[in-house]
Structure formats: structure tokens, C-alpha cells
Design a binder for this molecule. Structure first.
Ligand SMILES: [Zn+2]
Length: 167
């Protein structure tokens, strides 16, 4: 995504949230498509990406809900798409811009937001579904899924259904 980010850059990307920035000495910046981390509480997550349109940092605060199940099952991340065993994914939701939390969009993602490393096979355990496509093609596909989802928060139709009857 970029060479590296400073703590100030990350904090200034978030406007009014009290965030807990991650340890910035550990990320492998060359292998990150985005910087994502989980709040210590576990129910919030933060995402910082460089916008492909403007080249500026874009921040998002996500709500995270575990997808625990008593029945063991496979779960696939919508971005990577890494196939996990049980309890490897979480439901992340995002407020649609301008809706004040009334409209949400959701996506099932790797629960630790480590898709960048998983798509490059840098994290254990490996996916239960082995892909034969080129790594660059997989990375491109993941970035496309991520940007498409993040753009949906802006372009979702917020016009009331019956508005045309009153105008
Ligand atoms: Zn993933």
C-alpha cells in the first residue's frame, strides 16, 4: 500500500474516533494492501487504505461480530478468499456515509483482517482451498473486492423509496 505510515498519519486519518493504533514496527509494509487492526475490545476494527482514485489515506471504522457456530463448518473470506476452518471469519459492518448508522453494509472477512498476508500465503494455517492462479492475479482480485465494498458505503442509494411521490 505504501512504504510505511506514522502514528500521526493514522490518527489524523480518523476524524473523531478514539482509536488504538497498532504497533507500527511490526507490519510487513511491502506485503500489505491495507492496514487493518482490531480494537482490544474485539467488537471494533479499523481499516486504512490508500484511495486508488485520489492517492490519499482513507480510514474506516468497522463493527466486528464473531460468526461462531456449534457446528464445525468451513468459512470463506469475501476478499482473499481464504477458506478457513471453524471460527476463522467475522462479520464486519460499515456505516453508509451520511446515514448516521441507520444503514449498514456487511462483509464476511478474515477475523484478524490479515487478508493481505493470506493471499500471499504468508500466514498459517494455509487455506483449505488451494488456488492455482498467479499471485498477482489473486492480489488484484482481492484489492478489487476491497475497493468495491468500501465504495459501496458512498454510492448506496439513500433516497427514500417513496420520495418521487412527494416531489
Ligand atoms: Zn481474508
Amino acid at each position: 500500500m505504501t512504504d510505511s505510515l506514522s502514528q500521526n498519519e493514522i490518527c489524523s486519518a480518523f476524524k473523531d474516533d478514539q482509536i488504538y493504533p497498532p504497533d507500527l514496527t511490526t507490519p510487513d509494509w511491502q506485503n500489505l494492501d491495507y492496514l487493518g487492526w482490531i480494537n482490544p475490545s474485539g467488537h471494533l476494527a479499523y481499516l486504512v487504505v490508500v484511495s486508488p482514485d485520489t492517492g490519499r489515506l482513507t480510514s474506516s471504522t468497522l463493527h466486528r461480530a464473531p460468526r461462531g457456530s456449534l457446528i464445525p463448518r468451513y468459512e470463506m473470506c469475501s476478499w482473499c478468499p481464504h477458506l478457513h476452518g471453524n471460527d476463522g471469519t467475522a462479520m464486519f459492518t460499515l456505516d453508509v456515509k451520511g446515514s448516521s448508522g441507520r444503514h449498514l453494509i456487511g462483509e464476511v472477512l478474515c477475523k484478524n483482517l490479515d487478508c493481505s498476508l493470506r493471499i500471499r500465503d504468508l500466514v498459517d494455517p494455509p487455506s483449505y482451498m488451494v488456488e492455482s492462479s498467479y499471485p498477482n492475479a489473486r492480489i488484484w482480485r482481492m484489492q478489487k473486492s476491497m475497493y468495491r465494498w468500501l465504495k459501496r458505503r458512498i454510492v448506496c442509494n439513500l433516497v427514500p423509496v417513496f420520495q418521487s411521490e412527494f416531489t
